[in-house]
Design a protein around this ligand. Sequence first.
Ligand code: P6P
Length: 338
Amino acid sequence: MKRITLTQFLIEQQRKAYVTADLRLLIEVVARAVKAISCNVAKGALAGVLGEAGSSNVQGEAQKKLDVIANEILLQANEWGGHLAAMASEEEEGIWKIPSDYPKGGYLLLFDPLDGSSNIDVNISVGTIFSVLRCPRNTIEPNEASFLQPGNTQVAAGYALYGPSTLLILTVGNGVHGFTLDREMGSFIYTHVDIRVPEQTNEYAINSSNARHWERPVRRYVDELQRGSLGPRAKDYNMRWVASMVADVHRILTRGGVFMYPVDERNRSQGGKLRLMYEANPMAMLVEQAGGAASTGHGRILDLQPERLHQRVPVMLGSRSEVEIIEAYHREAAASGG
Ligand code: P6P
């Protein structure tokens, strides 16, 4: 099979008018930053990049050294190219303004630089998640409000998965496509053509240690899966939980299934655990572009109007038929007052 690089793929997408020259540049710059993050992640203890950074982020979470390194790599790679109006990161409280000595462009880049970083010190796969929005027209100075656009306005979304191989999974609104890093050449090679979420599944992903905190519809759905062939689903299921959203979502894009991080009695005041702007929205765009569905349990994630940059949201995504069952159980619970 002819080896097609990410660059060639993006040029062909530009010819089909799916991406502009600036969006192509933006994705290439993110891909280069992902290569640098992959190198740092792969060095691990050899480069003294494991362990805590001794600081905490806006989420109040202790930062790993690699959280800080990955964040700096993405900010520094993207601030000078002239394709961005501003950036937002899970690791930065406010938006990241483009330094005045650089030109500004028409896009906004949002990212979780190293998702699942609690897994770093035990050598389990982690990832980078990114989302691209257009900066609202006639914006002189972007501010937080410039970013507060529903996920259905994203022009691109993707993730890097730092696993046995480093993958870049990308959508620009024309399906989902995957690239594998060839470390010898330093190029991303097109290896996953038009990824589709398998309709049927026997896998689900949820942190079952939280079961006592779940709301009724989630308990009902998971209980039926756990009853397997003896229950209403009449088949046995497998449970997988990596605690790296990127790894769990990639498995679902590849093998089908459903990923759930529901709101529960512990995190209800925050709206859930996962962040809307740079975790749920990009993953929702990818899953929908691959034929799946992504819901809060009550409605489509991509239709949510964001109110805060770091707001959190319940996430149920994966095989469309499974998400539809989860939404039906939420409707039934609401109708019966619970
Ligand atoms: P828990 C990682 O911290 C993360 O944001 C997601 O990548 C992951 O799916 C989830 O949190 C894991 O949460 O509560 O199981 O540790």
